[in-house]
Structures are given as C-alpha cells and as structure tokens.
Design a binder for this molecule. Structure first.
Ligand code: MN
Length: 246
C-alpha cells in the first residue's frame, strides 16, 4: 500500500470514528496533509462524515482550490484546513467539529482545562477564537482564507482552539493523533461540566498540573494512539490498517 493510499483510507476511517463517537454529526470534517505534496491537503467533498467513502476525498491546494474536483462540491469551511497547514509545518491532520460538550466553554468564560490524564493532549491552554473580534457579524462559518488565517494565528502552537458559538478545531502530527485529541477533548469537557455541578467554584477542581500535562503528552506514543484507533475503528465498522514503512 502506498503512503497516499494509506492516508486516504485513514481519512475515511477517521470520519467514521468521529461520527460513531459523537464528535461530529452531519457536519464537521477531517483532513490530512498530502503524503507526497506538503503544500496540498486531502479532504472529503461536502458530505456527512458517517457517509464518506474514499472516492469522496478531494485534493486541495492550501488556498482551498480543488485539484480534479469532478463535480464534487467542497466544504465551505475547507479554509480552516489550508490556513493551518500553511502556518504549522508540524501539523499533518486537522479535525473541525461542533463537539457538543465544548460549546459551553466557548461562550461562558469558564476555561476548559484537563482534569483527566487522557485529556492532557488538549494542552496547557485551550484558546477561544471569536470570529466577531475581527469579522463582526457573520454566519460564524470560516468561509475564506482571511478567516482561516486568523483562526490559525489564534491557534498558535496549541493542539486545539475552541470557536465561540461554533465548535472546535484540533490538530495532530497524524490522523490518529488528531482524532485522539478530538475524542478526549469532548470527554474532558463533559467531565469538567460534571465536576462543576459537584462544587461551588471552579477553583475547587483539581486540574492536572502543567508538569503532569507535559509528562503525559510526552508519553502519548504510537502504542497509545493505535490502541485507541483499533478499538474505535472496529466500533465504527472499519479495520485498522498497517502503517506503510517510512
Ligand atoms: Mn463548522
């Protein structure tokens, strides 16, 4: 299997996993940087993640121009992906979702912070991007490269940013890594809301310390990612593929 075949199949599996785990519904998308052309990326045509097949995946330039579109209508919000690949050479996969439990943290000023070891991958800081700050009243959709680049600037070096009134964008060094962070971002948000009902002040929650976050992030290796991926893929009716030799 070529590296390109591998990544195309990974994108299909990622979409099915994220749908099955409730991280995306009929909306949301996942992309990967092209395995041979780092200034191109791969993303499905506009379609619900649970329905995506390999033939739906289109190659795009970083500015969102499709290569060989063949009538396959693109996601309006594809600019999220290209702008992040442009700004972050370390990023090889991007997940954009409307992950339900993260939404309250984008609109209340209550900071989302990791309190479970599995959630350390959301990092020390989860920034919140508010489209209104730069663009005023919009549909909140990232509908051009200017908005995508503003979002990418706001993401900075972090693994994720929330998007006020909209959702979240998560990045990773591989498709499996981005999916892992996105799943545990939703888990962590739900747990923090539960913890907040048990205590009168956020200050009473024992979050992970900065040192704990660093140690856990350093330990999230292929073994961890593959163990989760195999399970989630099977649950979504897909098999885990073997990684082609580097
Ligand atoms: Mn969206």
């Amino acid at each position: 299997m070529s590296k390109l075949d591998f990544v195309l199949e990974e994108i299909v599996t990622a979409n099915r996993i994220l749908a099955n785990e409730g991280i995306v519904d009929s909306f949301g998308h996942v992309s990967a940087r092209h395995s041979e052309k780092p200034d191109h990326y791969l993303l499905s045509r506009a379609r619900a993640p649970e329905r995506i097949e390999r033939d739906d995946i289109v190659e795009y330039k970083l500015d969102g121009t499709a290569i060989d579109e063949r009538g396959r209508a693109p996601y309006l919000e594809r600019f999220i992906h290209g702008a992040i690949y442009e700004a972050r050479p370390d990023v090889h996969a991007v997940v954009h979702n409307h992950s339900p439990s993260v939404i309250p943290f984008g609109v209340t000023g209550t900071k989302l912070k990791p309190l479970l070891h599995m959630c350390a991958s959301c990092g020390h800081e989860v920034p919140i991007w508010d489209s209104r700050d730069q663009f005023g009243d919009t549909t909140l959709l990232v509908s051009n490269m200017d908005m995508g680049r503003d979002l990418a600037r706001h993401l900075g070096r972090n693994p994720t940013t929330l998007m006020r009134g909209h959702g979240a964008t998560v990045v990773g060094r591989s498709v499996r890594h981005a999916v892992f962070i996105a799943v545990y971002l939703e888990v962590g948000a739900k747990l923090q809301m539960q913890a907040m009902t048990m205590t009168t002040a956020t200050g009473n929650i024992k979050f992970l310390s900065a040192g704990e976050v660093d140690r856990i992030v350093a330990r999230v290796n292929d073994y961890t990612l593959n163990r989760a991926w195999e399970n989630w893929a099977r649950r979504a009716g897909r098999e885990m593929q073997m990684q082609p030799a580097a």
